[in-house]
Design a protein. Structure first.
Lengths: 90, 272
């Protein structure tokens, strides 16, 4: 079965992002995730990665209503912003 | 007609997505703790193998950069470090003498504090996320929420925030917004240190209070528990307060081991 190059790129980026979550500094993960959101169409994986980071490393923080979902909230905002930006740039 | 149908379909998908996200947030807000502990536990159990493998690879490959450094540069560094070691050995002798004397005096006064300490390895460090947490290789069988994490014997690092089957999360006292009671300098001035991430803290004192760079900041306890050292003092012309910036004496990004001891520190966040 021939996998399109775009899907293959997406799979590779997802694997790299997954490894970054585990081993790379946080700023590399964030930059890579944001770039992937702009590059790929409807990159939902950024929200999944953010939820993963919150589950693995998160603790409740007073400035996010004592919840540990800071990255998730941030990723949803980034996702919505990039989708909006892309529609405006078309 | 086709265009209208496609636009309506897209609009429907967007509305449904927004509703799902809203429900998700409502669910998490009201029931988050129940689901998150089960989900976190399973996720941590799954990922602990990856972290341990990563640490193993790091430890095996840590010597590789040495191949690219010149011999002369290594020789210079070696000489500098040898001199520093000599100096530190002398200081260490004095510290050991004073420590033994302190223990002896406390024994006489019957104030010895027998602390239960468990050594654990660190499998993920604070630079992995903005939360400033360690993931350690101990689970709920050995430690409990609220236990204190120390480094190098007497340096207070953080508290155990969550425990799972095989791993636990330690949140640093220097994590942004964390507060802890401390004593500053030789006069043991009582204050509250606020975390500023990356092993740094801030305390605000009245402007006329005498604080010196190098003053030791400790946590109130029967034994020696150092939080950090005063690294910088900021005074603004119109501000009646001074911002005292404190730095942890250990590099939290290079720590490999922590000691976990039973809690008897007043961490303000726990009482909130």
């Amino acid at each position: 079965m021939k996998v399109s190059s775009n899907i293959l790129k997406r799979i590779i980026v997802n694997i790299v992002l997954f490894l970054c979550v585990l081993f790379a500094p946080w700023w590399i993960t964030i930059i890579l995730a944001i770039l992937a959101t702009f590059y790929f169409k409807t990159y939902y994986e950024i929200i999944i990665v953010a939820i993963l980071i919150d589950i693995l490393y998160g603790v409740p923080k007073w400035y996010i209503f004592n919840l540990s979902f800071g990255y998730t909230i941030f990723s949803i905002i980034i996702f919505a912003l990039t989708q909006w930006t892309k529609t405006k740039l078309r | 007609m086709k265009m209208n149908y496609r636009q309506n379909k897209n609009k429907k998908i967007k509305v449904i997505t927004v509703i799902i996200i809203l429900f998700f947030f409502l669910f998490v807000y009201f029931y988050g703790n129940i689901t998150s502990s089960f989900v976190s536990n399973s996720t941590h159990s799954m990922f602990s193998t990856f972290w341990k493998t990563g640490e193993l690879i790091k430890s095996k490959t840590s010597a590789i950069p040495a191949f690219f450094i010149s011999h002369a540069s290594l020789q210079n560094k070696n000489n500098t470090l040898s001199l520093q070691i000599q100096d530190l050995e002398i200081k260490n002798l004095i510290s050991e003498y004073l420590y033994d004397e302190n223990e002896e005096l406390r024994k006489i006064l019957n104030r010895l504090d027998e602390k239960e300490a468990i050594i654990t390895s660190i499998i993920a460090r604070p630079n992995q996320s903005l939360y400033d947490t360690f993931i350690i290789d101990l689970g709920m069988d050995n430690i409990s929420i609220g236990d204190i994490a120390m480094a190098n014997g007497n340096i207070t690092i953080g508290r155990v925030a969550e425990v799972y089957d095989k791993t636990s999360k330690v949140v640093l006292f220097s994590s942004f917004g964390e507060k802890i009671d401390v004593l500053v300098g030789k006069q043991k001035i009582s204050a509250i240190a606020i975390g500023r991430n990356g092993g740094n803290f801030e305390i605000r004192f009245p402007r006329d209070m005498e604080i010196t760079i190098g003053d030791i900041v400790s946590v109130p306890s029967m034994d020696i528990r150092i939080l950090g050292v005063v690294a910088h003092i900021q005074k603004e012309a119109n501000d009646p307060f001074q911002a005292v910036l404190i730095q942890s004496p250990v590099n939290i990004f290079e720590l490999k081991w922590l000691e976990i001891i039973k809690n008897n520190i007043n961490n303000i966040n726990e009482s909130e």
